[in-house]
Design a protein around this ligand. Sequence first.
Ligand SMILES: Nc1nc2c(c(=O)[nH]1)N[C@H]1C(S)=C(S)[C@@H](COP(=O)(O)OP(=O)(O)OC[C@H]3O[C@@H](n4cnc5c(=O)[nH]c(N)nc54)[C@H](O)[C@@H]3O)O[C@H]1N2
Ligand SMILES: Nc1nc2c(c(=O)[nH]1)N[C@H]1C(S)=C(S)[C@@H](COP(=O)(O)OP(=O)(O)OC[C@H]3O[C@@H](n4cnc5c(=O)[nH]c(N)nc54)[C@H](O)[C@@H]3O)O[C@H]1N2
Ligand code: SF4
Ligand SMILES: [Mo]
Length: 743
Amino acid sequence: MSTPHETVPDRTHYRICPLCEACCGLEIRTSGGRVASIRGAEHDVFSRGYLCPKAVALKDLHEDPDRLRTPLVKRGDRHVPVGWDDAFDEIERGLQRVQRAHGRDAVALSFGNPSAHKIGLLLYTTRLAKALGSKNVYSASTLDQMPKQLSCGLMFGHWLSIPVPDITRCDHLLILGANPMASNGSLWTVPDFRGKAKALRARGGKLVVIDPRRTETAQVADAWHAIRPGTDALLLASMAQVLFAEALVRLGRLAPHVNGLEAVREAVAPFTPERVAARCGLAADTIRTLARELAAAPRACVYGRLGTCTQRHGSVSSWLVDVLNVLTGHLDEPGGAMFPLAPAFAANTRGKPGIGAGVHTGRHASRVSGAPEVMGELPITLLAEEIETEGPGQVRALVSVASNPVLSAPGGPRLARALAGLDFMVSLDIYLNETTRHAHVILPGRSPLEDTHWDVAFPQFSDRNHARFSEAVFAPAAGDVPEWLSMSRLAAIVRGRPWRDGETLDDELCAAEVQRAAGPQADVVMKAVSHLRGPERLLDLALRSGPYGDAFGLKPDGLNLAKVRAADGGIDLGELKARMPGALRTESGRIELAPAMLVADLARAEALLAEPAADLQIVGRRDVRSNNSWMHNLPTLAKGPERCTLLVHPRDAERLGLRAGGRARIGRGERAVVAPVELSDDMSPGVVCLPHGWGHDRDGARLGVAAERPGASLNDVLDENLRDPLSGNAVLSGVAVTVEPVS
Ligand SMILES: Nc1nc2c(c(=O)[nH]1)N[C@H]1C(S)=C(S)[C@@H](COP(=O)(O)OP(=O)(O)OC[C@H]3O[C@@H](n4cnc5c(=O)[nH]c(N)nc54)[C@H](O)[C@@H]3O)O[C@H]1N2
Ligand SMILES: Nc1nc2c(c(=O)[nH]1)N[C@H]1C(S)=C(S)[C@@H](COP(=O)(O)OP(=O)(O)OC[C@H]3O[C@@H](n4cnc5c(=O)[nH]c(N)nc54)[C@H](O)[C@@H]3O)O[C@H]1N2
Ligand code: SF4
Ligand SMILES: [Mo]
């Protein structure tokens, strides 16, 4: 007997991988309606055939029987499938009831990492947040990059104006707290980091890594320096001090565009290498050499990522990374730290070049702890207390979009208890997991292979400019609702309208945006995109009005969606080019080298000098075959050795009585988890390492493969009360723990 699929001819599809920030182009061969093979697309203008083992798991993800295909509604303690209309009816009743009884702030929004990888989620999250009108907006950004967004926002005027290493022309790359060999890069879209780092060294360049662990990246570097976790602010301030003291500061071309040089000189003056060396765990001479080499290299760059953000001084560390780039004349220069020019959606390409409104924080504060809003968000580690604490403004309902804070945020079990007490919760997700099991209604997201794809954010961080679009590989099931439309329906609901208005609302918002941007030309513009709907309409508008756009026909050689769609493998837009001062959007129209709140916080970091390092600190790690909390259900990736292990230096193991393969209790106060021990002299003594995103043993989740080897959740131990006060980012690295053997 033949199935309908067997009549589908074999085909080869081009698809951008949505699984991490490298955004590799893939060649997916389908046969009989199923994925036959996945390879790197050699003809991709940007990634040129590179891929990692996760890409192949797109097939597992597409076929995963646990991946949700229909909406689920909670009846008693079970989730049962329902039709789409019934699901939206239930959400409309649930959310509007809470809003009517308790006001707008009573409904919170939480969105997670995968929403950055789908155009229909990312563009519509902003719309949903606006429609909601609640102070209670939370996301994975405060578990990740908020410190960098804040420091760059203050320095360059927009939250997404974040420079990236121009690695293909760089000869000296200093990396702190990042492991692109495993992570494939972050706030830096750099497919094939390994190959590019190798080429850098082959042309005589130098790669230096500063990390408490000799990571996979440190292993391919020329030098590795083990730092005491949480002390990057001291180290970086000290390097800046050396530059001033030894007259190595060269602002170069940007000199006339920089404010605050003297303030920086003064702020870093107390941080001599001799003073910080012992606390950082690096010799004073090493710190001097790091500064001198950076200054001496003609084309050099400092790059800091997760390890420099998820610590108590995340904002100051993130700031000082770019201070060093500016002081050594490497910002906005080829081979240095450069600003990509994305073809669509980049705020630093819109409005008046070189000047803007800057960024501001603290326009409101969290109700219970008074933490300032940053980029319209509150720290996600405060969500539990906002749900638990009674009084006006208490959070009583949650809309969760592609987020799994029960595993991804410190204090997971406390948050899970809080979620269980909500009046109403709706999740837009692809799994019934540790977080979504608390939802009254779960709306399924699509398999990436059923969606068209354009990266909204990552071209803004790419090591080369490009425009790439991919079509869906498979048609979605009949009656299936795309995620953008689910988001639009949710937006209609929280605006007090019927969910059935979702599509009309999208039309209204789009027309209003075009009216604001195009004024008298609005009708012509709307007509030009009248054949499109949803995210594709927004993309065509953004491309055509963007820096390479066809300006709706005025520049016939320019880009539009149809052209990009027709270009299999994408369109190369060339190497990174200098963008300063035009890309600035600060109020002064200059680079703010010494934003007041960062300078003030550097003084707070000085207190670290009087505070001895904890006996044992824990840091995280990433494995190339895993991704945060949600890829452990894919057999291709789940097989192989146990990955959720505690790395311990043999010396620590000896004094703590731990042995390889034995089990360790990792504790902090009342909290503890147990994990197998792996001895590793890649660790610095005094630092242990456990990955996050594990702990798939919670009742009510439906993750058959992941539950077989659930692992322990690091965030069951970490402390939701530890934050970088400026950005609200959680402290996930360098937290003091105790470790003891379990028999
Ligand atoms: N201790 C510690 N904690 C950490 C980190 C760490 O290094 N250490 N890293 C932090 C970082 S950097 C991040 S970004 C956060 C991530 O935190 P989260 O974003 O909360 O976590 P994820 O594991 O990415 O889970 C995303 C959710 O999205 C769902 N999902 C996946 N694909 C789709 C889709 O296509 N559509 C929809 N609708 N849903 C989808 C998944 O099922 C899952 O529920 O974790 C943070 N937590
Ligand atoms: N395979 C895989 N790839 C991923 C992910 C994944 O889970 N798996 N997650 C994706 C996400 S959401 C993100 S945000 C990116 C993150 O990508 P990266 O920024 O590369 O993050 P990590 O690999 O966690 O590397 C952080 C490093 O910081 C070090 N570190 C910890 N504390 C300190 C400190 O105080 N100072 C210094 N200097 N270093 C410190 C850690 O030892 C670790 O090596 O990866 C993305 N890509
Ligand atoms: S590095 Fe791997 S997971 Fe990341 S985009 Fe490329 S293929 Fe996908
Ligand atoms: Mo992240």
